[in-house]
Design a protein around this ligand. Structure first.
Ligand code: TPP
Ligand code: DXP
Ligand code: MG
Length: 622
């Protein structure tokens, strides 16, 4: 086994080149075996095995800085930097992160998780290096999907500012999570499909490189506006921005990759190396269905089927069905996704109503302003988006939607703790950042039925910015026997009327509140449980009433405490001089790492037992 020789960073440099292909094979087997047990981002990682090996062979880490866009494809990098033995705990609580983390390894130059940041971060490194007169290479590896994000273009627009070397590796596999979309994606596909150029370019560049001063020759040809340049360097878009273009090169041919990176290393200005890879390479089920294996739960290696299957729908499934039902009878309803048609459940809408469906690429800011435009033009846009990715579009929500009071519905999936993706992906800030925006309405359903009611209300009975936030995963059946009240703007729902203590909970925390109630009942307390439903505006009337016959109001939310629901209730209670104590149960002013959601809830003290303890100790001290 060659992989056995890879234990420390840079061990790969000691291998005989003849061993490279075998190592690539073994790394793939290692990834398939491990991820089949832990789950993780398999397809993207299988695609970049040779690419990562070549980068580690040519560059000198950690002096040189290697920055992975999104970072979901950094597993081979982790293997090559001494973290092979940590894969058993991949994305588990206390275990290795699924993304690069500076606090995990000196070889991780920049933390990532969200898309399209790598060129900006790399550019920053390169400029800092030049100002400090240091000498190292900076390599940003960005996927074709991540290249649909606006930040990437903002950074490319600035890249020519770097006077020294700065290498951008474009890992082009034609896929985002789903099929990649947009004009740039089409441009890349045109470059890839021009075979004649591909052969000519590769051979010409290689030949030139072998000549004395060949690299200078390559450089000088690049600078000449000649026909030859058109043939050799077809990445005109990059060339005209002052960024040299090399490629495309076959991303599974390690010798070619090593050669092209050596050329890139010698070019003393920004250069983009276009590498063509296959997502899922080397594992048939992932090659056939890269979207399924983009981020996958534990699976059977032979069949590629998930080990655990559930018949229960997820919140995304419920949203998916309901928006399609509503859109059947209302041809003004349009749906927008920023490259997440599968995850958000919009794939079905895309099949049913293709003319009203928009996948805008990984472009959350654009998605929001685009939705604002659709609304201004008379449609009813629903932007379905993960909570943490919506963070990107704060100003667009405020400036383009809310000031104009446009009727845009934000279907905010993955709100609350999401689990194994960790810090970058926890959806625990949306209540706070939406709460402070005037004209925004925020609704959180306690279960799937209420998600349907809320969505219907937001689209049919309301006219203005409307956010509905719901968690990752399966819907709860805790309220199956409960008769859900119709949605009335700004009104909460009484779940159980008790006395002394009132638990007023938001969304997923309503179920937890019911569990807390059971625990407290065993201690002789009959507590009230309220489903808040509207976080903005809060049901002030309900809070007022509760203050008359309760000593303590406990707010419960799966969001950071600062600026969230609890803060609003405290402010209201203070302003109205209510004679009641308020205890806020929320997440601390901190980031929450990766791990199973129930473990994280326990750790953060927002599980039923933790909340019950805190409520009891607070109450007994009143
Ligand atoms: C801001 C943001 N939006 C959405 C995502 C979700 N996401 C993660 S990876 C990915 C696709 C990335 O495609 P690409 O960069 O081509 O990498 P590949 O998976 O093809 O290797 C998306 C949409 C994200 N991480 N960040
Ligand atoms: C890396 C990334 O941002 C996505 O792949 C994300 O991990 C998807 O999360 P879900 O599994 O919740 O769809
Ligand atoms: Mg891609």
């Amino acid at each position: 086994m060659i992989l056995e020789k890879i234990n420390k960073p840079n061990d790969i440099k000691k291998l005989d080149p003849i061993e490279y292909n075998q190592l690539a094979y073994e790394i793939r087997q290692f990834l398939i075996e491990n991820i089949s047990k832990t789950g993780g981002h398999l397809a993207s990682n299988l695609g970049v095995v040779e690419l990562t090996m070549a980068l580690h062979i040519v560059f000198n880490l950690p002096q040189d800085k290697l920055i992975w866009d999104v970072g979901h494809q950094s597993y081979t990098h982790k293997i090559l930097t001494g973290r092979k033995d940590l894969f058993g705990g991949l994305r588990k609580f206390g275990g290795m992160s699924g993304f690069p983390k500076r606090n995990e390894s000196d070889y991780d130059a920049f933390d990532t998780g969200h898309s399209s940041t790598s060129i900006s971060a790399g550019l920053g490194y390169a400029c800092a290096r030049d100002v400090r007169k240091q000498h190292y290479d900076v390599i940003s590896v960005i996927g074709d999907g991540a290249l649909t994000g606006g930040m990437a273009y903002e950074a490319l627009n600035n890249a020519s500012r770097v006077k020294g070397s700065f290498i951008i590796v474009l890992n082009d596999n034609t896929m985002s999570i789903s099929k990649n979309v947009g004009g740039v994606s089409e441009m890349l596909s045109n470059i890839r499909s021009s075979d004649s150029y591909y052969d000519l370019k590769d051979s010409v560049a290689n030949t030139l490189y072998k000549l004395p001063n060949g690299d200078k020759l390559v450089e000088s040809i690049k600078k000449k506006k000649s026909n030859l340049k058109q043939i050799i360097f077809p990445g005109q878009m990059f060339e005209s921005m002052g960024i040299s273009y090399l490629g495309p090169v076959n991303g599974h041919d390690i010798d070619k990759l090593i050669k092209i990176f050596r050329i890139a290393k010698r070019i003393d200005k920004p250069v983009l190396v276009h590498v063509v890879t296959q997502k899922g390479h080397g594992y048939r089920p992932a090659e056939r269905n890269p979207s399924k294996f983009h981020g996958i739960a534990p699976f059977d290696i032979k069949t590629g089927e998930l080990l655990k299957k559930s018949d229960k729908p997820t919140y995304s499934d419920v949203f998916s069905d309901e928006i399609c039902e509503l859109a059947k009878n209302d041809d003004k309803i349009a749906a927008i996704t920023a490259a997440m048609p599968d995850g958000t459940g919009l794939a079905k809408f895309a099949r049913w109503f293709p003319e009203r469906f928009y996948d805008v690429g990984i472009a959350e800011e654009h998605a929001v302003t685009f939705s604002a435009g659709l609304a201004a033009g008379g449609l009813k846009p629903v932007f379905a988006v993960y909570s943490s990715f919506l963070q990107r579009a704060f100003d667009q929500i405020l400036h383009d939607v809310c000031i104009q009071q446009l009727h845009v519905v934000f279907a905010i999936d993955r709100a609350g703790l999401v689990g194994s993706d960790g810090e970058t992906h926890q959806g625990i800030f949306d209540l706070s950042f939406l709460n402070c925006i005037p004209n925004m309405t925020i609704f959180a359903p306690k279960d799937g039925e209420e998600l349907k009611l809320g969505l219907r209300f937001g689209l049919q009975d309301y006219n203005g910015p409307f956010a509905i936030r719901y968690p990752r995963g399966e819907v709860t059946d805790a309220f199956e026997d409960f008769e859900t009240m119709p949605v009335v703007y700004g009104k909460a729902e009484m779940i159980h009327k008790g006395s002394e203590i009132a638990l007023v909970a938001v969304g997923s925390m309503v179920e937890t509140a019911c569990e807390v109630r059971k625990i407290l009942k065993e201690k002789g307390l009959d507590v009230t449980v309220v489903n808040e439903r509207f976080i903005k505006p809060i049901d002030a009337g309900m809070i007022h009433k509760l203050s008359f016959d309760h000593k303590l109001i406990v707010t419960m939310e799966e969001n950071v405490g600062l600026g969230g629901f609890g803060d609003t209730v405290c402010q209201y209670a203070d302003d109205s001089q209510l004679d009641v104590k308020v205890l806020n149960i929320a997440l601390p002013d901190d980031y929450v790492e990766h791990g199973n959601v129930s473990i994280l809830k326990k750790e953060e003290g927002i599980d039923a037992a933790g909340v019950a303890d805190r409520v009891l100790s607070f109450y007994t001290n009143i």
